[in-house]
Design a protein around this ligand. Structure first.
Ligand SMILES: [Zn+2]
Length: 240
């Protein structure tokens, strides 16, 4: 194998590695982003549910109040009826019995009026809760909708980016001589997909082991395939 051919193959392997890293990043994004969107939808639905619950509590409370108010009206009619009857009773026993009835109805009315008062106080609290839930929902909705738009655009962008990367990867891969490619793939398979790694600070960037000076000197020419003596990845030297 001539040096020039090796240099060229090495450049293509470096590019192939970059493209594969990019490809896996884009794939992750295409896969993860819809989950993020679903999460936003879920949070928003939760806030909407809070609004609905607050509204239901108000409806329930005012229904109970109206019911109690109509009970008070009924009891009021009963009371006037008893008072009229009181004038007409003939015996003291009947008079006492009627008085007892009247007292009982009065206490029932008073009980219900207390309840109505409580409900009115509670209604202020419920209104407040509804206002809070509504404002939390609106705030969340604005943020979530804007974020969703961003994420949806990101999916489209990543998808088309992925197609571009895939095309270039196929093109580069075709240019790499079979033995180089096979070597690359063997290493990538056992090294988390990273077969080619840069030399940084005289060390392998992937495993951080320091390289021997002689190896470094050979690497600087980028004219042969040199493997890291620790992790067996293909090393390359870059001035950049
Ligand atoms: Zn290494």
């Amino acid at each position: 194998m001539q040096d020039i051919e090796t240099t060229h193959a090495l450049q293509n392997l470096i590019r192939l590695q970059e493209l594969q890293v990019r490809q896996s990043e884009l794939r992750d994004r295409v896969e993860q982003t819809p989950k993020e969107i679903a999460c936003l939808d879920e949070e928003l639905a939760e806030k909407r549910n809070m609004v609905e619950k607050a509204e239901a509590a108000i409806t329930h409370s005012s229904k109970e109040r109206r019911l109690t108010e109509s009970e008070v009206e009924d009891l009021g009619r009963k009371l006037s009826h008893y008072r009229e009857q009181l004038m007409e009773v003939k015996t003291n026993t009947a008079y006492q019995a009627m008085l007892h009835e009247i007292k009982f109805v009065e206490s029932q009315i008073s009980e219900r009026e207390d309840f109505i008062l409580e409900q009115m106080l509670e209604s202020d609290e419920l209104d407040q809760k509804l206002a809070e839930a509504k404002s939390a929902f609106q705030e969340e909705e604005n943020i979530a909708l804007a974020r969703k738009k961003e994420l949806e655009a990101l999916v489209v962008e990543s998808d088309s980016g992925l197609q571009e990367v895939e095309k270039e990867r196929a093109r580069i891969q075709n240019e790499i001589p079979g033995e180089f490619l096979a070597r690359y793939q063997r290493i990538a398979a056992v090294r988390d997909g990273i077969a080619v790694t840069k030399v940084v600070n005289h060390s392998c960037e992937a495993c951080h082991v320091r390289l021997r000076p002689q190896l470094l000197a050979e690497l600087r020419t980028n004219r042969q395939i040199i493997l890291c003596e620790n992790c067996n990845r293909i090393l390359y030297y870059s001035d950049a």
